[in-house]
Write a protein that binds this ligand. Sequence first.
Ligand SMILES: N[C@@H](CCC(=O)N[C@@H](CS)C(=O)NCC(=O)O)C(=O)O
Length: 250
Amino acid sequence: MLKLYHYWSSVCSQKVRLALAEKNLEFASQHINLFDFEHWSPDYVKLNPKGVVPTLEDDGRIVIESNVILEYLEDRFPAVRLRPQDPYEQAMTRIWIYNSEEIAHHNVNTASHNPRHAVRHKAKHHTREEMQAIAARCPNPIIARRFLQRIEHGVSEDEENQAYAALDYLLEMMEGALAATAWLAGNRYSLADIAMAPFINRIEVLKRPEMVSAARRPRIAQWWQHVQDRPAFKQAFSFANPDKSDPLQR
Ligand SMILES: N[C@@H](CCC(=O)N[C@@H](CS)C(=O)NCC(=O)O)C(=O)O
């Protein structure tokens, strides 16, 4: 039995939901509300000592890190293959999985703070002291420091600009890769596409959606349409926000 601990709009959770849907795998869903800080509760931290989502449980065995979960699902449930057979295409798959972690994730996270994360924190009406007490519960010193820094100062314009510059650079590489093949690692949809798709979805609702527009990056725009046309995409992204008080619903 598979169980996924995830948050509806978390890009890392969306990757895993995409792979589960492509592989037609059923799973029990445990929504972890990041803005009620459920990911720092003692019970959840026992599963995921980093205090982040997603976490996959497979018959009592725990796997963390979205990209590791993608690889795990591929090896454990190979009936629907999402890793190419060709060694070069496998290498390209690993590059895009790596890019999703090295470049996409933390820069999208930075760019998401002011328009998305801060808005939700504000809607919860915590006092500064309450937020500091919440940070003290975070098991991960890297995330706790970032959290404290952001509740005090937000994300500066300069940090945002740097994040967008990194994303622009990544998108340019992606546009280049899609000149050669229909999908990121070859002519078949793969874990490479799954690792990147949630970031394109997110960029569309941030401050510079033109970065992925058809006018600016026609190959990415076409690829993104093809991703969204997949039934598994529709299934994975139909997971609605259970928190109806959340000001954001995409
Ligand atoms: N490298 C990790 C990153 C996990 C991660 O940072 N997840 C985000 C959501 S996409 C999270 O839980 N953030 C909570 C926080 O920063 O407080 C993975 O890919 O699973």
